[in-house]
Design a protein around this ligand. Structure first.
Ligand code: ATP
Ligand code: SF4
Ligand code: MG
Length: 327
């Protein structure tokens, strides 16, 4: 069953006279217990998309348009009260910088208990029961019970990130969004946390969106992948299909820059050029300036997000053909 439906979502930042279209017409479904990786280079709109889903963007400077249904509820239309019931309890997020949000002067357990009480109004657990619950949660992310009584500076980066994940799981949400949550960790710790995450998900029947610029993380830990470029979702599909046979030239470029996917190190090359200026309107394909396959049509018409086969989708004139371009 589909848990999250994102339809034609756009986010425009307004800073004085400058406007930046950070997310541009994104449509994406996340099924129950699915794991979807969102990849793309820095500035492609991944975090903006996550913050828009969680309604964490400042209304004054960020204009969000489109439709988002979570378990059938229209997320973008909910009032603050309904939203606060949903956040953390059904829909939780862990950012890379989440670990910085803990106060250095209070013990981990005390801070987790505060977060627990802030979002839990129905059950009135005693202090002891809350402590037991939090220790259980710490253990579920493979942290020893003694972490409860430690201060943030007494933990390693990996332990802190586990605490952040435990906080995200506190109310057993149906969807957990991880935004570069394991990026700062060394490869071994990252791999270990990802494996544990996947085990926990099975147990908790959790769906996950994992935002990263690292395709190898997605390959290891996600069932599906959405590739973003300059605010657009350019390709989507099951991870194995996209890795074996990437359709969009941008995805092909991303994969070519990974030695583990495409042969020896001397074949590594980045994608020349940089993201287009998101403050001026673009005609045609958003990737045209960097694409080695660009054709005249690519400068004239924006490629339409097109179903390819199964659940695969791609937005490129090479795949859709001119018939799609004319739509
Ligand atoms: P990274 O991989 O570096 O985290 P990202 O894919 O998460 O990048 P975003 O942070 O969503 O990208 O940024 C998308 C675009 O929106 C960028 O051009 C960025 O400069 C712009 N942007 C982000 N936040 C704001 C803001 N508060 N005001 C104006 N522009 C912003
Ligand atoms: Fe390249 Fe054209 Fe496809 Fe864009 S639409 S990715 S420019 S071939
Ligand atoms: Mg980001």
């Amino acid at each position: 069953m589909t848990l999250l439906q994102i339809r034609n979502l756009s986010v425009v930042y307004h800073n004085g006279s400058r406007t930046v279209t950070a997310v541009n017409g994104v449509t994406l479904d996340v099924e129950e217990q699915d794991s979807v990786g969102i990849v793309g280079e820095s500035g492609s709109g991944k975090s903006t998309l996550a913050m828009a889903l969680l309604r964490l963007l400042p209304g004054r400077t960020a204009k969000v348009e489109g439709e988002v249904l979570f378990g059938g509820q229209p997320l973008l239309e909910l009032g603050e009260r309904e939203l606060s019931c949903l956040r953390w309890k059904e829909l939780a997020v862990v950012f890379q910088k989440s670990m910085n949000s803990l106060s250095p002067v209070h013990r981990i357990g005390t801070q987790m208990a505060d977060v627990y009480r802030l979002h839990e109004h129905e059950t009135r657990l005693s202090k002891k029961q809350v402590r037991e619950r939090i220790i259980k949660l710490l253990e579920s992310v493979r942290l020893p019970a003694r972490v409860y009584d430690l201060y943030p500076h007494e933990l390693s980066g990996g332990m802190m990130q586990r605490v952040s994940i435990a906080l995200g799981l506190m109310h057993r949400p149906r969807l957990l969004i991880l935004d570069e949550a394991t990026t700062a960790l060394d490869v071994v710790t990252q791999g270990q946390i990802l494996r544990e995450m996947m085990e926990l998900e099975q147990e908790l029947r959790l769906a996950r969106i994992m935002i990263t610029h690292d395709m190898s993380v997605v390959a290891a830990a996600c069932k599906k992948v959405a590739v973003m470029y300059a605010g657009h979702l350019v390709e989507f599909g099951p991870v194995q299909d996209v890795l074996r046979h990437p359709l969009h030239p941008y995805t092909q470029g991303l994969l070519r820059s990974l030695p583990s996917f495409k042969g020896a190190k001397d074949h590594i090359r980045g994608i020349p050029g940089s993201l287009p200026d998101l403050s001026s309107p673009l005609q045609g394909c958003v990737f045209a300036d960097r694409c080695e396959h660009a054709m005249p049509i690519c400068r004239q018409a924006q490629p339409v997000d097109t179903a390819y086969s199964g659940s695969r989708r791609v937005a490129c004139h090479l795949i859709g053909g001119e018939a799609h371009a004319a739509q």
